[in-house]
Design a protein around this ligand. Structure first.
Ligand code: NDP
Length: 280
């Protein structure tokens, strides 16, 4: 029996040739029975995601592929209206699109101007707020689910390499908790997943690393127990399975407004753990 009989909108599918969290989530949900709307700005990469879903054995009729900028009102409206037109209802919204957007000089630290700050909040927070407002009446009809993709960058540890990104994700977490309590009275459940290091190109393509350099970066990070105790960086599928759990009412009905951290233990280690009490 299929785990999902729902219609789901998943924002953001992948970056470059990497297999992003949105794409892995779309493949997982669709292969378990969901009809999926996938989106992103780059139509070629969107087609790659569609191909990955088709390769998993899903019918073309169960995929709605919409090229859109999630920060534009028109793009948001198009996502919702085309999903309703094709599938008749909406049960699940996965707010996955997000990025640590560099400024005009390629920097992501505190030197970034207010325009960079505003862009970061527009993508990582405002688009989620807008999608939640627009989709609310449709999810109230189906007693649906929203899963927001945050980050361990939300805190409490400092994030000097991305102060605007991490602030937007922290705000996303608090918005999600508050909206979860507001909307549960309408039967809409909101939860959050906070990924740690995931091998997607998120941390490498944006920094201009090629495939070999990117692989080396993730392998090095994974080999450092004071960075990732589990011993490897996550693959997108590790996060997709947590998203699917939170989007599955039967599996997680009593979880409301919570944040699940999937980071291989990263947020639990302090620097001194690397040098103290290690097994010989
Ligand atoms: P990717 O960069 O591979 O995916 C990001 C996706 O967001 C892309 O599909 C991109 O598509 C889409 N996107 C970005 N801007 C827009 C926009 N304006 N409109 C529509 N779509 C947009 O990275 P991940 O898969 O890793 O990222 C997914 C989520 O996971 C993000 O929210 C990120 O913050 C979060 N995350 C990732 C971590 C990691 O280590 N990878 C760690 C913690 C959190 P396109 O470019 O075609 O528009």
């Amino acid at each position: 029996m299929s785990r999902f009989v729902e219609s789901a909108i998943i924002t953001g599918k992948s970056l470059g040739s990497s297999n992003g969290i949105g794409r892995a989530t779309a493949v997982l949900l669709a292969s378990e029975g969901a009809k999926v709307t996938i989106t992103g700005r780059d139509s070629a990469r969107l087609q790659e995601s569609k191909d990955a879903i088709l390769k998993a054995g899903v019918s073309e009729y169960d995929i709605n592929s919409v090229t859109a900028d999630i920060t534009s009102s028109e793009g948001q409206d198009n996502l919702i209206s085309s999903t309703l037109q094709k599938f008749g209802k909406i049960d699940i919204l996965i707010n996955n699109a997000g990025a640590n957007i560099p400024d005009a000089n390629g920097k992501t630290r505190t030197e970034g101007g207010i325009d960079t700050f505003l862009k970061m909040f527009q993508l990582n927070l405002q688009s989620v707020v807008e999608m939640t407002q627009k989709i609310r009446p449709h999810l109230a009809k189906t007693r649906g689910e929203i899963v927001n993709v945050s980050s361990i960058a939300a805190g409490p540890a400092a994030q000097p390499q991305g102060p605007y990104y991490s602030s937007a994700k922290a705000a996303l977490d608090q918005y999600s908790r508050s909206a979860a309590i507001d909307l549960i009275s309408e039967g809409i459940r909101i939860n959050v997943v906070q990924p740690g290091f995931v091998e997607t190109g998120f941390s490498t393509v944006a920094r201009g690393l090629n495939a070999e350099e990117s692989s080396k970066f993730y392998n090095t990070m994974g080999s450092l127990p004071h960075c990732i105790p589990v011993g490897f960086c996550a693959q997108p599928e590790h996060i997709a399975s947590v998203i699917a759990f939170l989007a599955d009412r039967k599996a997680s009905e009593y979880i409301v407004g919570q944040t699940i951290t999937a980071d291989g233990g990263s947020t639990l280690v302090l620097g001194f753990h690397a040098n103290f009490g290690q097994k010989k």
